[in-house]
Each structure stands twice: as C-alpha cells, then as structure tokens.
Design a protein around this ligand. Sequence first.
Ligand SMILES: [Zn+2]
Ligand SMILES: [Zn+2]
Length: 133
Amino acid sequence: MNYAEELKKYNLKVTPQRVAIVQELYLFGHLNIDQLYTKLLNQFPSISLATIYKNMNAMIERIFIQEVKIPHEKSVYELSKASHAHVVCEKCKKIEDIMISTQGVLEEVKEKSSFSITNSAMVFSGICSECSK
Ligand SMILES: [Zn+2]
Ligand SMILES: [Zn+2]
C-alpha cells in the first residue's frame, strides 16, 4: 500500500506524521490514541498528543479513517473499509473485523424504531483463540 498516494486520493496533505499514522493502522488494524501515540514516539520523539489528534481529526473528516466505539473501552481507529462488525476479546482486548453485511440489521432497526438512525456500531465480545488455550 502506497500510504502517500492513499492520502492524496482523499485530498489530504501528505506529511511524514500522517504517513506514519496510516502505516501503523494498516499494520495493526485497530489502535486507540494512546497506542498510536506510543508507536509514533519511536519515529518522532517530539510529537505531541495534540498533533496526533489534529491529524486524526483531519483524516476522520475525510472519512479516510473511522472511529470504532467499543463499549466500556477507549475508541479505536481503523482505515475506512466496507461496513462490518467487530469482535473484541474480553481478556486481551484484541479486536478483529468480521466482514459481514450489517445492512440487514440496520434496516430492521430502522423499521422497528421510531428514531431516525444516524449511526451504528456492531460489536461482539468473547474470548479469542489465544486466550482460550
Ligand atoms: Zn484474547
Ligand atoms: Zn474494523
């Protein structure tokens, strides 16, 4: 994956910090802000948390990156992809994508609710294969 090209596709300015954020998300799938900060400090010892937030917000605005809200945990971030569900390990907090269509459930919720639905997140939890050994 050419990270700089991807940023350009989304009309985002290419900076070394942004390329590093995209690279980490590509490699690790889902990371929260603290994890991103720790990883970026290795490459940019003087980077601040505020700078990371600023860059993240710009990329979230363009929907290049998406926030995943995990109940009772810090939000994680991932590169945007087709809508899907998540599974979270209750022990090690590992998060994996489950590439299922969430459209059917969304339609049913819309039908049965008097709300106008603006957002959805489907998160399942359990014990991962590593932790159940
Ligand atoms: Zn686990
Ligand atoms: Zn995901």
